[in-house]
Design a protein around this ligand. Structure first.
Ligand code: FE2
Ligand code: FE2
Length: 297
């Protein structure tokens, strides 16, 4: 029997993960007898750094990865988005986990259909105002890109023999069940659900009964796991340090705030840097454990 670990949104650069911290994670994966690690995007802002990170883990255990939106901002060739030439890059491709099970990696994309806003021009305007992905240069509109990806996904899935069970890893949200619909003063955030994932991607998956489990991230909100139509979906992104549970516990234990608002944490943590660093050193392993999905196969 083997054990697959999937980690999304490691963000090694934004989280300032240094070598001892990455060693802590790698040692833990080894101790847990993980037989395959897959990094499902947002490993780093630069593709090179993401590849280096995958290579670091592969010194000890078989490792694959695909992109998230963060790496994509550093890509300049169109073919590098979906067909990057690197042996560990797993996109529209499978690795055999056992004789009856494969891991399929797919970056994915978004089609705006999770937004409450229907006007695509207005959605694009918001993207260019607020969203990190405005820096990503690729061919086609977002709905067109997403549609291309869904067609290729259906093609790849139809080539996998039905007796092979599939664990699919992707970066973006495939099902509406994981989209938060805000109310009150946060209602305007519902517009930005446009960039979280693709409804068509989820619909495409529904046509293939050999898909057993799906792991994704990008939300930076941990939903845990949920069964939808006999498929087990997992969402436990590692996320940014100012969103972590350990950070929440640090600020509450030290009575630094009454309400936890991640967007206001960076400045606050800087003011208590040494105490936070010490707290982080003690609790980081727990955060790694919460921010990964382990699947026995
Ligand atoms: Fe992320
Ligand atoms: Fe992301």
């Amino acid at each position: 029997m083997g054990k697959l670990a999937v980690i999304t949104d490691l963000h090694v650069d934004i989280n300032h993960l240094n070598e001892p911290e990455l060693l802590l994670l790698r040692d833990y994966l080894e101790e847990q007898e993980i037989t395959h690690l897959h990094l499902a995007g947002d490993i780093a802002n630069q593709a090179d750094r993401a590849i280096q990170t995958a290579a670091f883990f592969e010194q000890r255990l078989p490792t694959t990865f695909h992109w998230g939106n963060h790496e994509m901002a550093s890509l300049t060739n169109e073919e590098d988005f979906e067909d990057y030439r690197e042996p560990r890059f797993l996109n529209f491709d499978t690795v055999e986990l056992s004789s009856s099970k494969v891991l399929l990696g797919v970056n994915g994309w978004y089609d705006y259909r999770f937004s409450d806003m229907k006007d695509q021009k207005e959605i694009l305007r918001l993207k260019n105002l607020f969203w990190y992905d405005r820096m990503i240069q690729r061919e086609g509109t977002d709905p067109q890109i997403s549609q291309r990806i869904c067609s290729r996904l259906a093609e790849v899935l139809s080539r996998i023999p039905t007796e092979k069970k599939i664990i699919l890893a992707t970066h973006f949200v495939p099902k509406e069940e994981f989209i938060i619909h805000h109310t009150g003063k946060y209602t305007r955030w519902n517009h930005l659900n446009a960039f979280l994932g693709s409804k068509e991607f989820g619909e495409t998956l529904s046509g293939f009964s050999n898909i057993e489990q799906v792991v994704f991230g990008h939300t930076h909100r941990r939903f845990g796991e949920q069964w939808i139509d006999d498929v087990l979906y997992h969402c436990r992104p590692f996320g940014y340090y100012f969103e972590w549970q350990l950070t929440r516990e640090f600020v509450f234990e030290n009575q630094l705030v009454d309400i936890f608002n991640p967007t206001k944490m960076r400045g606050l943590l800087r003011k208590h840097q040494t105490a936070f660093d010490n707290y982080r050193a003690v609790h980081l392993l727990e955060e790694f454990q919460r921010g990964m999905t382990v699947i026995e196969y």
